[in-house]
Design a protein around this ligand. Sequence first.
Ligand code: GLA
Length: 501
Amino acid sequence: MGWSSWNSFSNTVDSQVIVDQAKAMVSTGMAKAGYQYVNIDEGWWLGERDADGHFVIDAKAWPALAAGDHAGDMANIVRFIHGLGLKAGIYTDAGKDGCSMYPDLGPPFQHTGSEGHYEQDFLQFARWGFDYVKVDWCGGDKEKLDPAVQYAEIARAIAKAEAATGRRLYFSLCEWGNNSPWTWAPNVGGAPAAIWRTSGDIVAPIVPHREHSGRLASFPGVLSNFDQGIHPEAQHTGFYNDPDMMVVGMPGLTDAQNRVHMSLWAISAAPLLVGADLTTLSDATRATLTHIEVLAVDQDPLGLQGVKVASSGSGLEVWSKALAPPGERAVLLLNRSGDAASITARWADLGLDESSSATVRDLWAGKDLGSFKTSYSVTVGSNDAVLVVVRGREGKLTTYSASAGGGMREGEELSFAHVASRVPMARVRIAYTNPGKTPRYAALRVNGSIATRVAFPPTGSGNAAGAIWIEALLDREGANNTLVFSAMGDSGPGIESISVE
Ligand code: GLA
C-alpha cells in the first residue's frame, strides 16, 4: 500500500512534490490506515552519468532538506520519507533507454535505463536507503530483449545489493503483462518479483500545463485493467498480480466509480498504490481510500485473488475471495450491464457448506444484513457493485498425502493424481516444510498445462509444516485431475500433502 508520483505528476516529479505528498500521506490519515510507500516514478533522473557510470542528479530538483544533506543526493529525500515513518520507492528501466525517450510528455531524454549498470544502480538505490524499486520495460521492449532473462539478471543484482547493504528492496516488475510474467516473475533470479504488472497503463498521466484532455481516468479503463489482472493461479502471499497504480480520486471518475474501483482492487488483493494528488483529496475520496474493512479484504494474509464464481452472461457477476478465517469470503456482486439488476451469491458457488446459514455484512454501508440460508440476493445499480463479507461454514476439503515427503531436489517431481474438486478454480492448501532461510520454488503443472511457479517461504528450522494456499484450475466434473510439482533451483520444498476444495 502506498502512493506513486506517475499518474498525477508524470515526469515533473521533484523533491517538493515528494515532500508535500509524503506529508499529506500522514495528515490525511492514509499512513494510519496502512499506506506506507512513497514511490518516485519516472522523471527523477534524466539520463546523465559521470565518468564512473554513477547517476548525475539535478541538485536544484533534489536539494538539501536537512542540516548535513548535500544537494543532488537522493539520500536526502529518503531520510525525509523515513523520518515520517514511511518507506521510499524509486524507478528505473531494464533497457538502456527508459520511457522518457518517447516525446509524448515533453522533451525526450535518452539513456534513462539501467542496462549495463544493473549492479551499480541497484546498489546505489539500496545505499541511498530506498525500500522499493520498480523496473520498467520501455528500453527492453525497444531492444527486443527477453524480459525473463533481463529481470532475472536484475533480481540477482538486487539480491547482491541487499546482501551488501542489509536493506531489502521490494521488487516491482513492469512489462505490462506482454510476456505472461505471472508464469515466470515469481521465480526470477535471487530476489523474485513481489508484484508484476499485468496490463498497460490505466491512464495517461496528468502533465501540468497540458491539461487533462485525453488524460482523464475512465471507468472502462479501470474494468479493463482489473480483467487483465486476473491470474489467480500465480498469486498467493508475497506474490501479486499488479493491475496498475490506482486512479481513485483522479479527474474522470465519480465517487461511486471510485468505490467500485477500490472494491475491484480489494477483491483481487492487488497492490494499492494511489495515483491521485494526496494534497487535494476530497473527503469522499479519502473515506474510500481509508475504509478499514475494505482495506482488510485487500490485505488479507492469504493474499488470494478473487475468482469469478458465477456470471449471467449479461454482465452480472459474482466474485469470491477466500479470506484467512475459515468460512469467510469477500464477495463482490458486480453489475456491468446497462440496467439495475438483482444478483445472487450462492453459498455453494462460494465453496461454503450450502446446508448451513451464513451472515452477510455490507462493507461500504458498514451494515450487518443478518443471516441467510443458501444464498444472498441484492439489487445492484448499472456499472455498480456491492461488496460484502459472507461468514458461513467452510466447505469440505479433501486431503491427498504425498507418498514421499522430505525435500525435493532440482528437477524432482511430486505428482498427485485422481484429485477431485467441487469448483472450477479450486483453492488448494499445500502443507510443506522449508528449513532454509529463503523461499524455495516449485513449478506446478495442472492437468499437463503450462507450469506456474509457486513460492514456499521458510517454515523455520523445526519439523513443523507450514501451509500456503493457491488456486488451481481443475475439472469440476471428474475426479481425475493431476497436479505435478517439480522443484526449481537447488532444492525444492518438502511437500507433505495437498487439500483441495
Ligand atoms: C510506463 C509504466 C508506467 C510509468 C511510465 C513512466 O508506461 O507502465 O507505470 O512508470 O512508464 O514513463
